[in-house]
Design a protein around this ligand. Structure first.
Ligand SMILES: [Zn+2]
Length: 215
């Protein structure tokens, strides 16, 4: 599959509020793209090999906390089968009791250690401009919520960086878990991010690349 092929996505939310209208407007703006939506806990019914097979890529913009052992088993099976995934923003903070989730998303934000700050004006640095996820994107300014004091796992391929006291230095990456290609983008708290052209391009290229890389 090429990176401009038509892709069909499942966008999963739940466990954290967000500005719906500008969020969905971002997805509506993408060409060669269609999507369905699901909300936790109902979204668990899609998180198995059979039910997810109609989707090229799963996008998580949730912050759901609870997951049963059976749900973990089905989720891990999906990753073993190579389902491409993009995690956005507070999806990093999902399933805090499920240790393996840190390996899946590729980083860890710990309660009592990690920090958040709203409406920070800062520069997103493209760490690897030759990567398909960041291709054509220059360093850009954004007003968004930063997460500080969280760690990307050492094995991830770094895509985005920041130099700001309220932000962790590594804020976007890709890696593989099981057979799944995964992208995490820390940005994306509200309409200020969803409307930012740099952010839109990252989300769009991120989804397309995890699909292309998995084929
Ligand atoms: Zn947020």
């Amino acid at each position: 599959m090429t990176t401009d092929a038509k892709i069909h996505t499942l966008v999963i939310t739940g466990g954290h509020g967000f500005e719906g209208e500008p969020f969905w407007e971002m997805f509506n703006s993408f060409a060669n793209f269609s999507y369905d939506t699901a909300v936790f806990p109902d979204a668990f019914k899609y998180l198995n090999v059979e039910s997810a097979k109609n989707y090229d890529v799963l996008v998580f913009y949730d912050m759901w906390q609870e997951i049963t052992v059976d749900q973990q088993t089905a989720y891990l099976e999906l990753l073993r089968h190579g389902k491409p995934i993009v995690y956005l923003h507070h999806a990093l903070i999902s399933f805090p009791e499920w240790e393996e989730f840190n390996q899946i998303v590729g980083g860890v934000w710990k309660r009592g250690k990690g920090t958040v700050k709203h409406n920070v004006q800062y520069t997103i640095q493209i760490a690897d401009p030759s990567h398909p996820v960041t291709k054509g994107i220059q360093d850009f300014e954004i007003e968004d919520e930063t997460y500080g004091n969280f760690d990307a796992n050492p094995n991830v391929h770094v895509l985005l960086k920041a130099e700001h006291p309220e932000s962790a230095p590594v804020i976007g990456w890709t890696h593989r878990y099981g057979d799944s290609q995964i992208v995490y983008i820390q940005l994306g708290h509200d309409g200020l991010a969803y409307g930012n052209p740099g952010y839109r391009q990252l989300v769009n290229q991120g989804m397309r690349w995890v699909v292309a890389a998995g084929n």
